[in-house]
Design a protein around this ligand. Structure first.
Ligand code: UDP
Length: 323
């Protein structure tokens, strides 16, 4: 299969590209390298540096003819999206419109899209299934919800089939150790813990220890990025085969607390992780975890590497190299 991976030099995109290459697909990566890195480009793939706001560049790459595309090009910092909505609406929403229009123009049959648990907003119940109401509480989640809506319309009006994958907390690194690019200025829990363990950051700020959870810290569903990558390829194959669009959660179906993550990082790194308890971060629910039953029934997918130990071990292995 000939696949275009937009945002393929980023953290999740590079893992998805690796999985496609492992399955002998022909991969072209289109990325503006704003947060992706050249270190994440594999020699077996074609790389084109370009921006999704540049419709000529998109059209020019899509004339090469692809069976499908995977769209992972988006800004993803929920906190920043509340301060700079313009940045998020232009890149995430306008950029996605450009991709959809170009895909239709060049008769691409299917698109796999990185959606997010952020589209659900404040959980009304856990585990969250795909029928949970979608009321995002940050602008980032709103952009993802808008794109889901656009894809439904393009399916109905233009026959462009889609797989919308609602990720929970992506974490970990390639289980075979082939991806080593680090994220710049991370804000997510695990990379921040890793920067503290490797001495790059002084301490971890824990955003609240007075939640109604087993140890007072926030509980999330961490899904290993290798498991995510596998799901992308399965979803793509499913949509092309059945010609039916789909929307599924991708999570580990387990809730892990901030404290439990810190403890695992201490154990596997052998390093101290100084912490400071600070105020809760606005918009952070106490507990959020998925049920991925639908993905398992529809695709036969199951998370294999999403236990805390595999997540921390594969991540520490990469951070250790940068010590
Ligand atoms: N968190 C924290 N300190 C940090 C980053 C995150 O205590 O520096 C907590 C956050 O409050 C949440 C969990 O870790 O309970 C996961 O946050 P992250 O930003 O990684 O993902 P989110 O669930 O917000 O998408």
């Amino acid at each position: 299969m000939k696949v275009l991976v937009i945002g393929g030099a980023g953290y999740i995109g590079s893992h998805v590209s690796r999985e496609l290459l492992d399955k002998n697909h022909d991969v072209t990566v289109f990325d503006n390298l704003s947060s992706g890195t050249r270190e994440n480009i594999f020699r077996e793939e074609t790389f084109i540096q370009g921006d999704i706001l540049d419709t000529d560049a998109l059209d020019s790459v899509m004339t090469q003819g692809f069976d499908a595309l995977i769209h992972l090009a988006a800004f993803k910092a929920a906190g920043e999206s509340m301060i700079k909505p313009e940045k998020y609406s232009v890149n995430n929403i306008s950029g996605s419109i450009n991709i959809l229009n170009s895909a239709v123009k060049h008769a691409i049959k299917a698109i796999v899209f990185s959606s997010s648990a952020a589209t659900y907003g404040e959980p009304q119940y856990n585990p969250i299934d795909e029928n949970h109401p979608q009321n995002p509480i940050n602008f980032y989640g709103y952009t993802k919800l808008q794109i889901e809506g656009l894809m439904r319309w393009y399916d109905q009006l233009k026959g462009l089939k889609y797989a919308s994958l609602r990720y929970f907390n992506a974490a970990g690194y390639d289980v075979k150790g082939r991806i080593t690019g680090l994220e710049e200025k991370p804000e997510n829990l695990i990379p921040v813990i890793m920067e503290v363990a490797s001495g790059k950051r002084e301490k971890l700020k824990i955003f609240g220890d007075d939640y109604d959870t087993r140890d007072g810290t926030g509980i999330r569903d961490y899904i290993h990025v290798t498991d995510l990558a596998v799901a992308h390829v399965m979803a793509l194959e499913h949509v092309l085969k059945t010609r039916e669009s789909l929307t599924v959660n991708l999570g580990s179906d387990q809730g892990i607390s901030v404290m439990e993550m810190i403890d695992a990082a201490k154990t596997h790194s052998g390093k101290e992780i100084p912490v400071e308890i600070v105020a809760r971060r606005p918009g952070d629910p106490a507990t959020l975890y998925a049920t991925s039953k639908k993905a398992s029934e529809l695709l036969g997918w199951k998370a294999k590497y999403s236990d805390v130990d595999s997540i921390i071990k594969t991540t520490w292995k990469v951070y250790k190299k940068h010590l």
